[in-house]
Design a protein around this ligand. Structure first.
Ligand code: ZN
Length: 255
């Protein structure tokens, strides 16, 4: 079973297409939410995501951009992009985004894994440190492997030998397309973030995604990927849409 993990695409068409072009063969795509918000191609991205199928959990921006939650929790830039997206979104995509389920969700083909936007206990929680991750790795009734997004930071956390520590991919280069593989050992617990396709915040501007693979009785593996994309085109779209310039600038630095 090979599972393509996408998260936080945020209406970035160029980044999404680069990820799909670089993605190895897979059986299923699971999307961890925030399909829209921030960037300027919400309709094109919704169309492509809907066409690829597979389970999707909703993100906080999917709610905000469709009026399911108000914008009072958002900063000015995020709120401006959410208002713009509300106006731009085609009705059919708006309806589809509104219908997305709240995480965590489970997928029939992968009974040992759970999928959330923020955390298993709260769809809006940011899993940013081992303390919060450890709490979420020990909630009864949840899977030992939990895929999450929301932070836009690729990597995650592992609980092994009695403690929880951060995990990060180990890349050879800050240029070009790169990958880094992690083995998931039985008896340990994992929170895995494939990173953000459309607005990375870990200081690496390249689009992020991951592939989960389970073959027979061998331990499962997660491979993290970073791929360059046409960021200038994405920035041009943001400026042409009169969205805040900050949204274009941050893409170049991955912050
Ligand atoms: Zn997001």
């Amino acid at each position: 079973m090979r599972l393509l993990l996408l998260s936080d695409i945020h209406a970035n068409l160029e980044a999404m297409e680069a990820c799909l072009a670089a993605a190895p063969a897979h059986d299923l795509v699971v999307n961890l939410g925030d399909v829209v918000g921030y960037n300027a191609s919400p309709n094109e991205v919704c169309e492509r995501v809907r066409a690829m199928g597979g389970p999707i959990v909703r993100g906080n921006h999917d709610r905000a951009c469709t009026g399911l939650t108000d914008l009072s929790e958002f900063n000015l830039v995020a709120a401006a992009s959410a208002r713009w997206t509300q106006v731009e979104l085609a009705t059919e995509h708006m309806d589809w985004l509104r219908s997305l389920p709240q995480g965590p969700i489970w997928v029939d083909e992968l009974p040992g894994i759970e999928f959330a936007h923020g955390s298993p206990r709260d769809e809006d929680e940011y899993l940013l440190n081992p303390f919060t991750a450890n709490i979420n790795l020990h909630i009864p009734g949840h899977a030992d492997v939990i895929m999450f997004g929301h932070t836009h930071l690729q990597g995650g956390f592992v609980y092994q030998e009695g403690r929880t520590r951060p995990l990060a991919p180990n890349y050879e280069s800050m240029e070009g397309a790169v990958e880094s593989t992690l083995t998931l050992f039985p008896g340990e617990r994992y929170l895995i973030n494939p990173g953000s396709v459309g607005q990375p915040r870990d200081g690496d501007w390249r689009a992020a995604f991951a592939l989960y693979e389970k073959k027979g009785n061998a331990p499962a593996q997660v491979t993290f990927y970073r791929v360059p994309y046409g960021v200038k085109q994405t920035q041009d779209r943001i400026i042409a849409a009169s969205l805040p310039e900050r949204l274009a600038l941050r893409l170049a630095t991955g912050r």
